[in-house]
Design a protein around this ligand. Structure first.
Ligand SMILES: [Mn+2]
Length: 442
């Protein structure tokens, strides 16, 4: 196909930098008056008018002489009612936004350099995730491995929890062939360095050895030391932070890695609907063309095993609504994912602002999963305030979780029967939700 020859007509005082940029795209004719502009022969792809020269009359005469030719007024502010065929474009602002982006990436590249130094001498490192690794944490681990130019022999990805059960997460691990190790706390001493992703040391309690790196988007919890610490609560996903690192360091991003990261951002932000900020959207847009969308669909379609459907029905049977809060007692479960699934369901009920699903996992822990509509107080902060002294609790603005041992629950409410737990959880949330929001509206 023959390339179309672009011809640009510039009217007014343009600086040579801008003219130079356009001369790379086609022929540039540069004039300093309307008269000269009307004296040209042939057609133009675009007529550029410097804003000091712009008047509606000028554009009228130009469009009579060069019909069907779009016009751009450059360097000026948009006039209140521009003529229909005229666009106002501030090229310098466009360029300065690009330059600001590059500056940011260059600064991030320095951070990546620090991160690499922290793990440079480790023969075998561990990338440790929370006990129930989700797509965001798993994708972040793959990204960190790529950034540090390591492989599964030199960087183990592991967690201390039980086998992964949520069907989508199982599908992600299988379809992307991710090697995720179940470790015991005693295994941690076998590694020369440890990086925590999507989680922070206090989550693991005092037995956790000193870690070297912490990268997370949850609020800072407790105080701890790490040689490299990156806590960015404004991001909707740890995958967003790692995507920035990959871009800044110009690390190759494989299709598998892009697919994982895209899925990580998608799930943590419910497809940019929850807790997403402009960086998440930018990372998403950047990863989208690099990812394998067919594979992603297969991961997302991972269906609930038929054997679980009964538990779904049973779980939903025990629900109630109080003060626009949807409660569901999932009861005793072997697989934790049923609880957040029910919380996700509850927030879709009409008129509901909060959804609280809870159940007892493996006869030892009460798990409470919380969702809200996003414009009420922060779910993460609310569960922290309610349960931080008796268990681990935290999360984001519109999704949060608490894990409390049944022993602790019994200390508070006696025998800890289902009925007692239901009453306790209902009252705690009703009180906390109705209290006035914090000063910053969170
Ligand atoms: Mn996350």
């Amino acid at each position: 196909m023959q390339k179309e020859l672009r011809r640009y007509l510039f009217i007014g005082d343009f600086d040579s930098f801008l003219l130079g940029l356009f001369s790379k795209r086609g022929e540039v004719i540069w004039v300093s008056s309307l008269e000269e502009a009307l004296n040209q022969t042939g057609n133009f792809s675009i007529i550029m008018i410097e804003s000091m020269y712009f008047t509606p009359e000028l554009t009228k005469e130009l469009s009579a002489h060069y019909p069907q030719t779009p016009m751009i007024v450059s360097n000026g502010e948009q006039k209140e009612e521009p003529p229909p065929s005229v666009r106002f474009v501030a090229f310098h602002k466009l360029l300065s936004e690009e330059i600001a982006r590059e500056e940011k990436l260059a600064r991030t590249d320095l951070r990546v350099d620090e991160l690499r130094k922290v793990h440079a001498n480790a023969k075998k490192m561990l990338i440790l995730l929370h006990d129930h690794p989700d797509p965001d944490s798993i994708a972040s681990a793959l990204a960190l491995r790529a950034i540090l130019k390591r492989n599964k022999q030199t960087a183990t990805i592991g967690h201390l929890g039980d086998k992964i059960s949520r069907p989508e997460n199982v599908a992600m691990i299988e379809l992307l062939e991710i090697d995720l190790q179940e470790l015991g706390i005693e295994d941690l001493k076998d590694f020369d360095s440890i990086a925590l992703l999507d989680v922070q040391p206090p989550f693991f309690g005092p037995e956790l050895p000193q870690v070297d790196t912490v990268i997370d988007h949850h609020p800072l919890v407790g105080s701890y030391e790490a040689r490299f610490k990156e806590i960015r609560t404004e991001e909707g996903a740890t995958s967003t932070i790692l995507t920035k690192y990959l871009r800044a360091s110009q690390t190759d991003i494989s299709e598998r890695l892009a697919t994982a990261l895209l899925y990580g951002i998608k799930t943590d932000t419910v497809t940019l609907n929850r807790d997403a900020d402009p960086d998440d959207i930018e990372a998403f847009t950047f990863l989208y063309p690099l990812a394998n969308l067919g594979l992603l669909r297969r991961i997302e379609r991972a269906e609930v095993p038929p054997s679980e459907i009964k538990s779904f029905g049973q779980a939903l049977a025990d629900h109630w609504i109080a003060d626009q809060i949807f409660f569901v007692n999932v009861g005793r479960v072997e697989r934790e994912y049923l609880i957040p699934k029910m919380a996700d369901f509850g927030i879709q009920v009409k008129g509901i602002e909060w959804s609280v699903a809870f159940g007892i996992l493996a006869n030892t822990h009460l798990i409470i999963s919380v969702r809200n509509v996003g414009y009420v107080k922060s779910a993460g902060r609310l569960v922290r305030e309610l349960f931080k002294d008796i268990g681990s609790a935290g999360g984001h603005r519109s999704a949060a979780k608490a894990v409390i041992s049944l022993k602790k629950v019994r200390k508070i409410i006696g025998k800890g029967s289902q009925e007692e737990i239901k009453k306790w959880v209902t009252e705690e949330f009703r009180k906390a939700v109705s209290e006035k929001p914090d000063e910053d509206g969170q």
